[in-house]
Design a protein around this ligand. Sequence first.
Ligand code: FA5
Ligand code: MG
Length: 376
Amino acid sequence: MRLAGLRHLATLANSSVPAAEVMPARIRGRVPEAIWRRTSARLHKKPLHPLCTLRTEIASYFENRHPGVFNMHSDLSPIVTTKQCFDDLLVPVDHPSRAPTDTYYVDDDVVLRTHMTAHDVAFMQQGKTALLLCGDVYRRDTVDRTHYPVFHQVDSMRLYPPATERALIQRDLQADLTGLAYHLFGSDAKLRWVDGYFPFTSPSFELEVFWEGEWLELLGCGLLHREVLFKANVASDVNGWAFGLGLERLAMVLFQIPDIRLFWSEDERFASQFSSGTLSDRFKPFSSFPSVEKDISFWVNGNFHENDLCEIARSLGGDLVENVSLLDRFQRDGNISLCYRMVFRSMERSLTHDEINNIYYDIRESVATSLPVTLR
Ligand code: FA5
Ligand code: MG
C-alpha cells in the first residue's frame, strides 16, 4: 500500500514538488531532512538566479535553431522509481551509481532522481519526439568546491522520422551541441569530442571546452540505445539522440562563481550581482573569510564509505562545510586507520571557534554511533 502510493507519486509526469514542510514523513523515507528541504528550492525557476538565466539561455538557443520543436519541462517531481532512473535506461543492477552510498533512496524502489534522463522513456511512451528537461538532481558524493549533493541538469531527447540514417542523426546532434557551446562560450571557443560511455546511448560522446588552461567536460550525449527505444514503445525504424549537461559547473565557469555552495546563498550580495539576467553577469567575491580546519581519525571496523562521512558533515555543518578530504591512511596489525580533514568556511561571515567546535563534536558523536568505525 505504502509503496504503491509512492510509485504513484513518482510517475505523475507533471506533478510539481510539494514543499518539504508539507511532505508527509512517510514519503521523506530515508532521505535526510536537509536534502528534502532542497526539493522545494527550485533555483532553476528563480528569476535572475544564474541557474535560471543559463536554463533560459539554453532553451532560447534551441528555440532559435529549431523553432517550435523543443518544449522545455521544468516542473517534474524529482521523486522517481528505480525503474525510471535505472532499469529503463539499462543501468545494470550492480552498477555503483545505484548503491545507497551514491543515491538517495526514499524507499526500496523509489529514489530522488540522479539525472534528468530518468524522464525520457515516459515522455517517449506518451509519443513525444523532442524534449528539453530541466530540474534538480540528487547524488550522494564527496564534499568540495565543485560537488554538492543537489545540482541541476538540462537533458534533451529528439527522435527522427522513420528510416533516418543514424550517421545523419549523429551529425545533427553534434552540430546542435557545438552550436550551443559556441553560443555559451563565444564563437572562438576551443572544443573537442571525446568518446564517452553511458548504458542508454551507443555510441556515446562527451563534449569538452578548453577554458582557462584546462579541458572541461561540458556534457554527455549519444544515440539512444535500441533497447531503450524498445522499452519506450518507439517503432523499430525510428532512432534519436539524447544529451545531458550539468548547469552548476557551467555557470561557475561562465559567471566566475568560485564555490558551488554560493548558488544556495540567500545573501543579497550574491543575488544582487546577477541583475542583468544575461550571460554577461560576472560574480565578484564579496570577501574571503578565514577557514577553520578540524581533523577526525578513526579505525575502520567494517564497510566504511566516505560518502557516509560527508553526509554526516553536511547534515550537521550545513553549507559551512567547504571540504572533506582524506589526509592520512595507515595500516597496523591488519587494521586500517583513516584521518579526514574537514574545512569549515562561511561565504558570508567569520566563524567562531565555539560554533565550529560544537558542530565538530556533534559530527564526532554521530560518526562514532552510526558508522562502522572507532574514533581515535
Ligand atoms: C548523466 O547524468 C547522463 N544522464 C547524461 C546523458 C544524458 C548522457 C543523455 C547521454 C544521454 P553524468 O553523470 O556525466 O551523465 O552527468 C552529466 C553532467 O552533470 C556532467 O557533465 C557534469 O557537468 C554534471 N555533474 C555530474 N556530477 C556532478 C556533481 N556532483 N555536481 C555538479 N555537477 C555534476
Ligand atoms: Mg561524467
